[in-house]
Design a protein around this ligand. Structure first.
Ligand code: ATP
Ligand code: MG
Ligand code: MG
Ligand code: MG
Length: 477
């Protein structure tokens, strides 16, 4: 079953059950506290809070999402993409726990010939919030799930909130058991690799206040209007249904991976670190393409910095796979070709999107050539001298003079088994900012050649904005 078909089955099912089907919102969220749309519920916030009346009490959609806080997991777990599509259904004061659970179960377990997803009940497990007797009873008594297949977990796993005073609520998650070859027995409470989370059902029922931490807050009352918010990972369902090992091998991602393999002349499935890189490339190319398509352009701040980082990691990963030539023309086209069925704008806007992507690759290639040689030398010298840490001034020189990004220095140093004196680097960065402020006028006058100035700006100031941005984002999820 192709990814697009799974999405269609999902929408058909909820449409049949009186949901209004709405198109995906942009990856660029309207919510100023979020960089990106990180979940299907983000565009639904005005309806969930009641600020804007929902156009229909039941809505369903397929929402494009970006989660940069999962970036370190990409390629290493089977299930984390920086871009993915979340299937979601909502009830605004309409059906509640029983309805949400019944719908989810019916869609997952009815046969493919009946329009369902055809999962075998024997492979499914669920979790509920530790005090949510009601949800547990629905799974046990109405759905008929064996009690040992229902596990109770605490706030960290099964309680949703925004981190702000306001709505919150327990959730119930559905997991697929991939079998003993993938990890320990004992259910999702024990092993989240073998037991793969596919669907999260959030029961928004509480009003929470006095937030002291992610799991430290007080439940002070009930919401006047109780809502349902669910999210299912389309790529996760796709790879399970397609019988492949991970989401990067599912039909909308694999063609990019294959193209990367061809370009490298290496093979997939032989060497673990290479495989991770192929998967990172496949993921990041698609995420970059989808971000470009929603109007983000590579830059040194905020969203643009995230896009730049995804693109630069792609180039770096391909170089580590032995490819020094430009790769974006091939890889982006491969992603466009497979994604355009669902997102026809990718083809329509191709000339603009591709021009931006290809230019970014060129800029970064120039930076890399200059910086890598110097960094390798510095790392060699450090090692020879018996040191374990690349000094702050050296990292700063690379950044300041050669425009070599600090995140890359950290990565390369780590690969060489060395650390970087980050504190000293940060101090030098601070000092540089101050200096820059002080002689802003002077500098502009000296840099008569505008293109040089632009390049310097393009290469400088990496790292920090991005990290702050990532923190902002993960806080809200
Ligand atoms: P996990 O614990 O596996 O990281 P999550 O609990 O963070 O998932 P939710 O926030 O509950 O995920 O999102 C709802 C659904 O979206 C998940 O059940 C999963 O199917 C899917 N999903 C979440 N993050 C990703 C991702 N990075 N890539 C692909 N699918 C994802
Ligand atoms: Mg997660
Ligand atoms: Mg989870
Ligand atoms: Mg979850």
């Amino acid at each position: 079953m192709k990814t697009a078909e799974i999405a269609q089955r999902y929408l058909d099912f909820f449409e049949k059950n009186d949901h209004l089907i709405v198109p995906s919102a942009s990856l660029v969220s309207d919510d100023p506290s979020l960089l990106f749309t990180v979940a299907g519920m983000v565009p639904m916030i005005p309806y969930l809070t009641g600020v804007v009346p929902a156009p229909h009490p039941r809505i369903a959609d397929v929402q494009k999402c970006i989660r940069t806080n999962d970036i370190e997991e990409v390629g290493r777990t089977a299930r984390h993409g920086t871009f993915f599509q979340m299937l979601g259904n909502w009830s605004f004061g309409d059906y509640f726990k029983e309805g949400a659970i019944r719908y989810a179960w019916e869609l997952l377990t009815s046969s493919e010939s009946d329009g369902g997803l055809g999962f075998d009940e024997k492979d499914l497990w669920v979790t509920v919030y530790e005090t949510d007797d009601e949800a547990e009873a629905i799974w046990r008594d109405i759905i008929g799930l064996k009690p040992e297949r229902i596990q109770r977990l605490g706030r960290a796993d099964n309680y949703w909130n925004t981190g702000q005073p306001g709505p919150g609520g327990p959730d119930s998650e559905i997991f697929f058991d991939r079998g003993p070859a993938y990890g320990k027995d004992g259910g999702p409470a024990v092993d989240d690799t073998r037991f793969l989370e596919i669907w999260n059902l959030v029961f928004m029922q509480d009003f929470i206040e006095n937030i002291r931490g992610k799991t430290e807050f007080d439940i002070v009352g009930e919401l006047p209007m109780k809502n349902i918010d669910t999210g299912m990972g389309l790529e996760r369902v796709a790879f399970l249904k397609q019988g492949v090992e991970n989401m990067y091998e599912s039909d909308q991602v694999r063609p990019v991976l294959d193209r990367a393999v061809e370009l490298s002349g290496r093979r997939y499935g032989v060497q673990h670190e290479d495989d991770v890189r192929f998967r990172v490339v496949a993921d990041h190319v698609r995420s970059s393409l989808m971000l470009l398509s929603d109007g983000v352009r590579p830059s040194n701040e905020g969203r643009g910095y995230i896009l730049r980082r995804l693109m630069r990691r792609t180039v770096r990963s391909m170089r580590l796979l032995g490819v020094d030539e430009p790769v974006f023309p091939e890889l982006f086209a491969a992603s466009r070709d497979v994604m355009k069925t669902t997102y026809p704008e990718l083809e329509k806007d191709w000339s603009v999107l591709s021009a931006s992507a290809f230019a970014e690759e060129e800029t970064f290639r120039r930076t890399l050539v200059a910086g890598s040689t110097i960094l390798d030398l510095a790392l060699d010298e450090t090692k020879k001298g018996g040191g374990k840490t690349l000094s702050g001034p050296e990292a700063f020189l690379l950044h300041d003079t050669y425009g070599f990004p600090i995140d890359l220095t950290l990565e390369v140093a780590e690969e060489a088994g060395l650390e970087v004196d980050r504190t000293a680097f940060d101090t030098l960065m601070q000092e540089q900012r101050q200096r820059a402020k002080d002689d802003a006028r002077n500098r502009k006058r000296q840099l008569a050649d505008v293109s040089v100035y632009r390049d310097l700006r393009a290469l400088g100031e990496t790292g920090f904005d991005g990290y702050t941005a990532l923190e902002v984002e993960s806080r809200v999820i």
